[in-house]
Design a protein around this ligand. Structure first.
Ligand SMILES: NC(=O)c1ccc[n+]([C@@H]2O[C@H](COP(=O)([O-])OP(=O)(O)OC[C@H]3O[C@@H](n4cnc5c(N)ncnc54)[C@H](OP(=O)(O)O)[C@@H]3O)[C@@H](O)[C@H]2O)c1
Length: 244
């Protein structure tokens, strides 16, 4: 894939999957708007390393962040071709512990994962419609498809973003394609301490390993390059969903 001259926003790109996707897209020639909520030094470092890139600090659910991300692309390069909605949070409550889930957990997780993803997409769409081949790619999760995940609000939020993907694909207009990649378990800072879960996935999944962020970047590049696909969620889980 050759994205020379294209401009792409990758939310939550200071580490993990977002960083791997930003690096991969930059390697194909894209200019990247890097973003994170609080890891400013890591985000600035990545933008500097990528060269044709800039960094925008902001929580995607906070007022003004969506606009700031899109304006960074417009001011610097005058265009926007793609948006990777990768930033997300979970609640520190085990999936099965229904009694422990609070309104604050719901508000935070849905606020970032669903509302934040929507707000950045909404702000990006006018420029994406002007692009020759504009696209949005949402990073969801196996947790939105199977009865698994790091918390109940998180799993529900990812199912919501899969449905948002279909609705945006239907109504975005301007030929903008909207798809999602739903990873299984990926070795990132988020899952750094999940040794037992990793052992379980390695034993159960038909591909017998946990994903690397680069595995997910491969899938992202594949679906970004699939120019006649829209409204789809691609499950990239080493086959884990087949045995859950
Ligand atoms: N790792 C997995 O096993 C796995 C599996 C399925 C799906 N996913 C999905 O993959 C995506 C990335 O996860 P990861 O494992 O790569 O996590 P990660 O390494 O913890 O990275 C998360 C990134 O998102 C940023 N972020 C978090 N909240 C944000 C917010 N409100 N606004 C803007 N940026 C925010 C973080 O920056 P700050 O440090 O500044 O907050 C960081 O750059 C998420 O959507 C996650 O749900 C991960």
């Amino acid at each position: 894939m050759d994205l020379t001259g294209h401009v792409v926003i990758v939310t939550g790109s200071s580490s993990g999957i977002g960083e791997a996707v930003a690096r991969r897209l930059a390697a194909t020639g894209a200019r990247i708007v890097v973003n994170s909520a609080s890891s400013v030094a890591a985000g600035e470092r990545l933008a500097e390393e990528l060269g044709e890139a800039c960094y925008v600090q902001g929580d995607i659910s906070a007022p003004g962040t969506a606009h700031a991300l899109v304006e960074a692309a417009r001011e610097r390069w005058g265009r926007l071709d793609g948006l990777v909605n990768n930033a997300a949070v979970t609640a520190d409550v085990p999936l099965a512990d229904i009694d422990a889930v609070t309104v604050d957990h719901w508000n935070r997780v849905l606020g970032v994962n669903v509302v934040g993803t929507f707000l950045v997409s909404q702000a990006a769409l006018p420029l994406l419609r002007e692009a020759e081949d504009g696209w949005i790619l949402n990073i969801t999760s196996i947790a939105g498809i199977r009865q698994t995940g790091s918390s109940l609000p998180y799993a529900v939020s990812k199912a919501a973003v899969d449905h948002l993907t279909t609705l945006l694909a239907k109504h975005a207009g301007g030929g903008v394609r909207v798809n999602a990649v739903a990873p299984g378990l990926v070795a990132t800072p988020w899952t750094e301490t999940w040794d037992q879960v990793k052992e379980g996935v390695t034993a159960m999944a038909p591909l017998h390993r946990v994903a690397t962020p680069e595995d997910i970047a491969d899938a992202c590049v594949g679906i970004i390059g699939a120019r006649y696909a829209t409204g789809q969620t691609l499950l990239v889980d080493g086959g884990l969903g087949l045995v859950l």
